[in-house]
Every structure is written in structure tokens, then in C-alpha cells.
Write a protein that binds this ligand. Structure first.
Ligand SMILES: [Zn+2]
Length: 409
């Protein structure tokens, strides 16, 4: 019945966008990098070809507006992010942006104007790899971004502000990036599942019920650097040995509570020499759960454990929070509309929570949000092996188009 044309169009665009990378051996497109700039320029071109009005906001989010039946009507925002992790896959983020573009292209080609406008949104700062905090694009649009976060610096000392200017955005216009509240009907984000549930249930798409809350902490353990040969073992204040004990406590405490996960993903040891006792060790903690109270209790226990280890070893420790987002409940009306669209094109919609964070979390401060997950092979993401099938891409496009055509504010 299907010629898979929509899916093919989407897959071709995903391949085209994946060519914009700062890593010749894999895909790497960090926020405000040269590859992000080239990807945004290409995307702006595709949006204009599809007849959209394109704008770039103060924090580098690209938005393309497909006008409704009457000019200036409120808009349904549809999109995701185009930044990636290092050694990334081609689908995380890009799928949601390019599916929105492909849907609008299809509407434009048949001259269909809907009672509302559609704005295709490409955020740039979802993965949080380059700077300490994240979700700058969706927070700016939702009007909740603290301007002070523009002074954060990356590992090479470049501030967000300077990187934005180099990117071609104007950070001084942050206030203008906030979307007028009565003009936003809702935000819908398509995304790969990044988990194994849809594959296990043999369904191409799933409707998200809630997004897990997440908290990120930065821990600095201050010991005393010293000569590795001349300092007796019982006279050392080794920051790395203490950090090792702390990291194991993070693992142990999180594992004790159902549905809570906690990860230490970055460790920085200073001075970092083979013959010097580590004087200072910094590490990160990322803790997530669908239930905020359960997650906060775990973070509390982890903090207490870390402070106890530092005190026992006679080291100073400083723990600061770099990111906090409560669990986000998706909008029941949008969920029902996505369910209906999935059924209308022949799929049984699976309901599932999202274990990963998404721009939809920040957008929930502005308007109702919903997410449609697309099955990905082996549940693999944040890895070059990330993949979706042409058939599933086509199924997702049909659900999205059906949803858009049936949607009424
Ligand atoms: Zn993503």
C-alpha cells in the first residue's frame, strides 16, 4: 500500500545532515561548532526551499514557519535538536527536526494550509557536551533561560556568548527569543526511543507518557599533591583515591532504588602526572528517575556519602548542581491525538516513559508537550551504530502527518 516515499525522503535528509561533522571518522556536531553552523545553514536552505520563513534566535535555534490558513495564527511547534554527542549516531535529534520539515514539505507540495501555523524547530544545545549546563535553545524559547548561563565556558575557555557571536547569533537579544505564550499551541517532538521497548513489542512507534527528571552534579575533591616517591602512604591526602571510593558509592546507592539510575561519566585528575599524587580530582554525577522524590532522596544519600568519605580521609569536597529538571508529564490531549493518528495509519500505539532527557522538558514551561518515539535497532543510541529502518521512518512520517492534519487547537 505504501511506496515509502515519505520515509525515503526523511532517510535521505538524515544522511545529508549527518555529513556535517567535525570528526572525519565519525559524527560529532557540538553546540555552536563549525559543523553545527554548516548544518544549520544547510537546514535553513532546505526550509526556505519548502517555503518556510526562517529565523535564527539569540542562542542559535533555527526556526522555520509554515503559515496557517490565516496569517499570524498561533503555531504548533514541531522539532528536536541538531547537536550531537561525540561519536554520535545520525538519528538522535536530527530525526525530529527532519521529520517536521518533511511533513511540512508534504503539506506545502499539496498546497494544504491548516487552521494553525507549524514552526519547525532545530535546537542546538540538547546534549550538553560542550558547556556545563544544557537545553539553552528550548529554555530560551520557553523564556526560562538565565542570561548568566551565557557566560559559561567550554574546556578551551570560550564563552557561550563568544561562541554565539561566531555562530552568527546575537546573544544580546535573548529576551526576544522567548516565544509569546498565547502563540504556542504545543510542542511535539519525534525522537528515536534510545531503548529496547518498542523493538521488544514489535511496534514502530510509541507515545511517551512522561520524561524522567535528571540532576547533574559537579564534584571537586581537594587533596594535596605530592611526590609519588617520597610521601608515605599514611601521610597522603590523595584526591583520586577518595574520588574512586565516592564513585563506587554513587553506583551502590543508585542500584538500591528501583528505576533510579546514576552515572559518573567524567573524571578529571590534576595535575595528572605518573609520579605525582593527585591533588585535585573533579567528577560529574548524572542521576535520573521518573519520580522526582525518589531521585532527590538518592542524590541526598549520595551527597552525604561523598561528604562522609571526604571527612574520613581529611579532604575538602565541593559539590555543586549544574543541571536540574523535574520529571515532565506529557499532555493527555496530545497523547490521545498521537494515539489516534497511530491507529489511523495501522499501528498499535505503545505507551512508555522516556529515560533520556529531551528539549520537550524545557518546552513544557511554555506549552503542552508530547513525544513520539520511533523504534531504533537494539535500543542503541549515542553511538555510530544507532539506526532506524526505512519502514519505521515511513511509519513515523505517516503518524506525524495524520496527527497534523487532524489536530485542532
Ligand atoms: Zn536527542
Amino acid at each position: 500500500m505504501s511506496d515509502l516515499a515519505l520515509g525515503r525522503r526523511l532517510m535521505d535528509r538524515l544522511e545529508a545532515l549527518a555529513r556535517f561533522s567535525d570528526d572525519a571518522d565519525g559524527l560529532e556536531r557540538l553546540y555552536l561548532s563549525s559543523s553545527h553552523k554548516r548544518a544549520a545553514d544547510a537546514l535553513a536552505g532546505w526550509m526556505r526551499e519548502a517555503g518556510l520563513d526562517v529565523r535564527l534566535d539569540a542562542v542559535g535555534t533555527l526556526v522555520g514557519r509554515y503559515e496557517g490558513a490565516a496569517p499570524g495564527v498561533p503555531a504548533l511547534l514541531v522539532g528536536s535538536h541538531i547537536d550531537t554527542v561525540r561519536q554520535a549516531g545520525k538519528y538522535d535529534g536530527a530525526l525530529g527536526v527532519l521529520a517536521a520539515l518533511t511533513a511540512v514539505e508534504a503539506l506545502a507540495q499539496s498546497g494544504e494550509r491548516l487552521p494553525f501555523a507549524i514552526e519547525v524547530v532545530a535546537f542546538g544545545d540538547e546534549e550538553g557536551v560542550r558547556f556545563p549546563s544544557t537545553l539553552r535553545g528550548s529554555r530560551a524559547l520557553a523564556g526560562t533561560l538565565d542570561a548568566a548561563t551565557l557566560d559559561e565556558r567550554d574546556a578551551s575557555g570560550t564563552s557561550v556568548r563568544d561562541a554565539l557571536i561566531a555562530f552568527g547569533a546575537d546573544p544580546d537579544r535573548l529576551a526576544e527569543a522567548a516565544y509569546p505564550r498565547d502563540a504556542a499551541l504545543g510542542f511535539v517532538e519525534l525522537h528515536i526511543e534510545q531503548g529496547p521497548v518498542l523493538e521488544r513489542m514489535s511496534q514502530p512507534v510509541g507515545v511517551v507518557t512522561a520524561i524522567n527528571g535528571a540532576r547533574r552534579l559537579s564534584v571537586v575533591v581537594q587533596g594535596t599533591a605530592g611526590h609519588a616517591g617520597t610521601s608515605p602512604m599514611n601521610m597522603r591526602r590523595d584526591s583520586l583515591a577518595a574520588a574512586a571510593e565516592m564513585i563506587l558509592s554513587v553506583e551502590r546507592i543508585a542500584a538500591e532504588v528501583r528505576d533510579v539510575v546514576a552515572t559518573v561519566g567524567v573524571v578529571d585528575v590534576r595535575p595528572g602526572a605518573v609520579n605525582v599524587i593527585p591533588g585535585e580530582t573533579r567528577f560529574t554525577i548524572d542521576a535520573r528517575a521518573p519520580d522526582d522524590a525518589a531521585r532527590d532522596a538518592v542524590v541526598e544519600r549520595i551527597t552525604t556519602a561523598i561528604e562522609g568519605i571526604a571527612a574520613r580521609r581529611g579532604l575538602a569536597v565541593h559539590i555543586s548542581q549544574t543541571h536540574a529538571a523535574p520529571a515532565t508529564v506529557c499532555d493527555p490531549t496530545l497523547i490521545a491525538a498521537l494515539d489516534a493518528a497511530a491507529r489511523a495509519v495501522g499501528h498499535q500505539p505503545v505507551h512508555l516513559p522516556s529515560g533520556a532527557g529531551h528539549d520537550a522538558m524545557a518546552m513544557a514551561a511554555l506549552c503542552p508537550v508530547a513525544m513520539l518515539f520511533v523504534r531504533c535497532a537494539g535500543g542503541v543510541s549515542h553511538h555510530p551504530a544507532e539506526s532506524i529502518s526505512l519502514k519505521d521512518a515511513d511509519a513515523a512520517m505517516r503518524v506525524l502527518l495524520h496527527f497534523l492534519r487532524a489536530y485542532r487547537a
